[in-house]
Ligand binder design. Sequence first.
Ligand SMILES: Nc1ncnc2c1ncn2[C@@H]1O[C@H](COP(=O)(O)OP(=O)(O)OP(=O)(O)O)[C@@H](O)[C@H]1O
Length: 421
Amino acid sequence: MGPVSIFGYFVLGTIANKSLMGPIVSTLFLQEKLEGDFRFKHMQIRVNAESAAFYRAGKVEYMRTDRRLQALLQTQRHLMNKEFWLYIGVNTFDYLGGFLSYMVIAIPIFMGVYDGLSPGELSGLISKNAFVCIYLINCFSQLIDLSTTVSDVAGYTHRIGELKEVMDDIIRKQCDYDPASGDSYDFDSDFNVHAGPGDTAFVLDRLSYKSPFSDELLVKELSLKVSQGTHLLVVGNTGTGKTSLLRVLNRLWESSSGYMEMTSCFGPRGILFLPQKPYLTDGTLREQVIYPLKEIYPASGPVDDERIIEFLDLAGVASLLKRTGGLDETVDWNWYDALTPGEMQRLSFARLFYLQPKYAVLDEATSALTEETEGQLYRACKQLGMTLFSLGHRTSLQKYHDVMLRLCGEGRWELTKLKTQ
Ligand SMILES: Nc1ncnc2c1ncn2[C@@H]1O[C@H](COP(=O)(O)OP(=O)(O)OP(=O)(O)O)[C@@H](O)[C@H]1O
């Protein structure tokens, strides 16, 4: 009866602990999420401090950040309250377990089962029973004591598990994409006259896509081939899906239907994208120019230095050499704070010139520059043998391209040939 009642006591303790642990897991999960949101808000203010200062937005940002902090603190308080009851449960279990062994032996003694034993034999029986029971109870107590740690681990696991599910989903979608499995495409395009096999960057056949949070198609059944030597310009009003086309081509977004293939490799010898918002890394001027390469490419020492300087000059940012003190000088500023939007775009072009891809995909890459500078940069790209796939609003861009794709909204699009200079 003794060991069975101890086992029953353990089962009861486990059920009580389980009911106390449940709410802790979900609150810990929420606390982790709110902590992440709060840190993200801090980071946002750090990155955009100057813009916020121009709006004199100190008070509103303080209020919003404080709101997130209060939400976090409130959740932490809830968590502590719930953990308090769990600690009480665990410690009560340990405490009651301490004298359960005496209750187990007291019942038969007071019921007269051991009346025939001498006091010496009785005390020997009590201590033998206490040893066995306390050992058993101690083992169970250790298991119950784990519940506080288990509830923490369960909360973190839930959060990490959610992230892993999303990551697995992304990887699965990428694996599902098999370029060879696409339907054969047949579309008439007058614009592919220069193309032979292997000299295309993208092939699109009846491709439709939409933004993830909308049911309306941005573009319906777009058929197009981007070929070497044919410079393509994509135009259209704001929000008609120009950048979204690049997201779909880059497989950042799923297409709704149709066929799409990137037929050249991504990288310095293939296709390179210049995003709408220039991306600058941390590090030296050389690291900015050779990005995303990790090492100097090609590994040719001083010759490479000359190339970098030449391309910085061609992009109109040779002055950066003086500001940084040299290609390999470590700078202690944030590149985003130190450069103007125009300089960032010029530096992105220096990167493009250095990497010299076959195809340059430019998403409004000159929006912060004058038309004259834009012309110089586009001509330089062409002289370096790149085929341009540009997105932009300015009509001045037309003269550097052969074909224009206009996105008209509501899924409509049209292709026209351009007269280049
Ligand atoms: N990350 C996103 N998540 C959900 N919807 C988005 C996202 N980015 C853009 N959209 C929506 O998708 C639509 C197309 O956006 P897209 O960026 O392709 O426009 P765009 O034609 O490039 O405009 P712009 O000329 O202003 O750059 C817009 O309605 C936009 O609000």
